[in-house]
Design a protein around this ligand. Sequence first.
Ligand code: CA
Length: 361
Amino acid sequence: MKRRTFLASALAGAALLGGCKREEKASFAISKRNKITIKLATSWPANFPIMGERVERFAKKVAQATDGDVVIKVFAKNLLVPALQVFDACSAGQIEAFHSGPYYWKGKNPAFALFGGFPFGFTSNEMGAWMLFGGGLELWRELYARYDLYPLLGGNTDVQMGGWFRKKITSLDDLKGLKMRIPGLGGEVMAKLGVNPILLPAGEIYTALDRGTIDATEWVGPALDIKMGFYKVAKYYYSGFHEPGSVLELTFNKKFWDGLPKDIQQIITSCSNELNTTMVYDFQDKNAKALQKLKKLGIHLQKWPPEIVKAAKKALMQVIEEQSAKSEDFKKVWDIIEPYWMQNREWSVLGLKNYLEMRDG
Ligand code: CA
C-alpha cells in the first residue's frame, strides 16, 4: 500500500472511532506539494561513462525518493551552459546545480584546487574521511558560500593513472621540455621537473598526441582512457601520483538550497552520498576490466623511476609553499589538510599498504 493511501485510510479510521468533527479531519489531509524542478548542468559530454551515468542515476533516485516531487533535469556540457562556466552560472542563479570538479575553479581561488585533491595526497578513502570527519566539507562550504554556492560530495575518480607517453621515461632528463597535457596542481609539479604542461579540450587530445604536437597526456584511468584511444599512439602507460583520489562536486546555488524543504535537502544529501560512494566502486570495477583489455593491445605498463618520484615530492612542497604565500585561503586549507594527511598516511601504510604487500608481494 502506498504511504499516502495508508495514512489517509488510517486517519479516516481514527476519525470514525474518535468522532472527529469535519474541520479537524480536514487538517490531517496530506496534500501533494508543488513540483520542484532543478536544472543541473555538468562539465561532461552526453552519456559520459561513469561520471555522467552516475549523475543521471542520482537524478532518478531523487525522483523516486520524493515520489516525483523533485525533478532534476541533467544537461550534458554545452547544452545549457559551457562546460567550464557551470560554476559562474550556478553562482548567478541561472541554474540550480552543477556536477563538475573543484580543481577547475582554482583561477577563482587557489584553495579550491585542494578540495579536488593534490599530488601524493589523499586516496579516495582518505579524502572521504577528511571531507566528512576532518572538517574538509565544512571548510569547502565556507569558501563556496562567498560565491553563493553549496557543495555536496559528487563522487571520486579513485586513483588516476600517470598518463600515456610516446617514449619511455627513464630519467629526469627525459622530462625536460616534454609537452604534456596535464591540468591542476599535478601540472604545476610536472612544470618544476621541466615538463611543459599544456591544457587542451578533451576532443583535441588524441589528435595532438598522434601528430606529436604533445608528447604525453594524462586523463583518468583504464576505463575512460581506453575510450579515448590513447593506446594507439602512445604505448607507455605510467602509474600515477598526481591525482590519487580526485573529488567531484554536486554543487547547488546556496539561496536555492537554503529555500528547499528540510526533507528534500535530506533526500538529496543522502542520494549524493550514494552517488559519491558508488562512483568509486564503479571506477574500481570498470578500471579492472579495462586494464585486461588494454594489456592485450600491446601497451607497456610503467612505474616512474625513483629519482622522478623523489623530485616530484620535492616539487610538490615548493608548489604548496608558493601557493600558500600567494593565497591566505590556500594556506588556511593546507594547514588543516597537512596534519590530517600525515596522520592518515600512517594508518593507511600500517593497514592497507602492508596488507597489499602481503597479498601481492
Ligand atoms: Ca586527470
